[in-house]
Write a protein that binds this ligand. Structure first.
Ligand code: SF4
Length: 214
């Protein structure tokens, strides 16, 4: 498995090149993006974030001061805006109460404790928590998403019924705990899933991983 994971990474990197993730200016923007991207495309998230920037509220203090209706209006392009407003507010209250909004202090915490804290916030699931840990706080944790699961199942690397943590364990045990590697690998899998390993009409014949498929 270790060799397979490394070989796949090399092939994807050679094919696609560096992905430059996460596309955001600050760790806080990454955190907001990680919550907004649930069940929507990145394009829609960008529009919502542009609204927050235009309104000059992309900071934890200012967002927390906004009333729910105003925040929902700004993040509307990201869809499910009422639910996401509640999730953002839950997260902002956590940031304020636990870390006084100090992301540097938050970053000093151990990965597993931080993960438990994030998972304790209503509306933050494993993928969102791990995206925040990896891309905003630079913790060495592998993010699993639907693209990862699809590719692994199609290549016989994992059974379809495996849980998020089981899939994550495969990467965490098969690769060195390297933040830069985890960052790039996940981004490359997303690219693979969007361009080749699609939900329907996958393009195996021209996919960079075609020789790896059983
Ligand atoms: S070869 Fe086919 S199944 Fe494998 S990753 Fe590429 S598109 Fe997906």
């Amino acid at each position: 498995m270790k060799q397979k994971l490394k070989k796949t990474y090399r092939k994807l990197y050679r094919h696609f090149g560096p992905q430059g993730w996460w596309p955001a200016r600050t760790p806080f923007e990454v955190m907001v993006g990680a919550i907004l991207t649930q069940n929507t495309s990145w394009q829609n998230v960008e529009r919502a974030i542009a609204n927050l920037k235009r309104a000059r509220v992309l900071s934890w203090k200012r967002m927390l001061r906004l009333n729910d209706r105003a925040l929902a209006r700004l993040i509307r392009p990201a869809g499910y805006y009422n639910i996401k407003t509640r999730r953002l507010k839950n997260f902002l209250h956590f940031l304020q109460e636990r870390y006084s909004g100090d992301l540097r202090r938050m970053k000093e915490g151990g990965t597993s404790r931080l993960r438990q804290e994030l998972l304790g916030i209503n509306g933050i699931g494993p993928e969102t928590a791990d995206s925040i840990l990896l891309y905003a706080l630079h913790k060495p944790i592998f993010v699993i998403d639907a693209y990862t699961r699809r590719w692994m199942v199609r290549h016989g690397l994992a059974a379809p019924q495996l849980l998020y943590e089981d899939l994550q364990k495969i990467f965490m045990e098969g690769l060195p705990a390297d933040t830069a590697l985890f960052n790039e690998y996940h981004a490359l899998i997303v690219r693979l899933g969007k361009e080749y390993c699609r939900k329907t009409k996958e393009k195996c014949a021209i996919c960079p991983l075609r020789d790896e498929k059983l």
